[in-house]
Design a protein. Structure first.
Length: 206
């Protein structure tokens, strides 16, 4: 046999890689056009009036896989508030595309509108030309589908802009996922209170 001896593994004197010593629950979060940072992925579901219905925190950078859990959280919060009617439609960006979760939501009687292609991609994804992908493109190309999806730019996106930029909530101050989740929900609750105050002020001045 010409095989040589296998050298025994010798671990490095110092561990490689990095570890966060202040918050073991947090993870490396990567977002488009933003520097890599240690933190969490804040999720929110809002209605047409920019009221936050559900607010959750995850440790996964991509939004893939969070569509179903966020819809579940939304319906749970609505039930707790005494609202038994299901949302008419769920609208999200391409990062939330998850075929099985989308089919499960549609099976509950809720319309789902998610583009299969991100805004930066030219053309369709390889292998995403048939089935649900093609069907969704046809729906989004209709006048009604375009109108419904367009509302996303005036609902959830302004909420994140308001909280992050106008209110300067661009960093979690607490440590641990449970504490960060409470902090994110507090930010969402105060956002809702401000919306309510603005509405009552506008009605009183009318």
């Amino acid at each position: 046999m010409g095989a040589g001896r296998v050298k025994p593994y010798r671990p490095p004197e110092e561990p490689t890689g990095t570890i966060n010593t202040t918050d073991h629950d947090s993870r490396i979060v990567r977002t488009r056009a933003q520097p890599v940072m240690q933190g969490y992925n804040a999720q929110a579901a809002v209605n047409e009036r920019q009221i936050v219905i559900a607010a959750e925190v995850t440790v996964d950078s991509p939004d893939f896989g969070h569509l179903g859990p966020m819809v579940d959280a939304t319906t749970t919060e609505l039930e707790r508030a005494g609202v038994t009617e299901l949302p008419g439609a769920v609208v999200a960006d391409a990062g939330y595309w998850h075929t099985k979760q989308m089919e499960a939501i549609v099976g509950r009687g809720i319309q789902v509108l998610i583009p299969p292609d991100s805004g930066l991609r030219k053309g369709t994804r390889p292998g995403w030309n048939e089935g649900l992908y093609a069907f969704m493109r046809r729906v989004l190309a209709t006048e009604q589908g375009t109108a419904i999806y367009r509302r996303r730019k005036s609902t959830v996106e302004p909420v994140f802009a308001q909280i992050k930029y106008n209110r300067r909530f661009d960093r979690f101050l607490r440590r641990g996922r449970a504490a960060v989740r409470s902090e994110w929900r507090l930010a969402a609750a105060t956002h809702n209170l401000l919306k309510l105050h603005q509405y009552r002020t506008a009605v009183a001045g009318a």
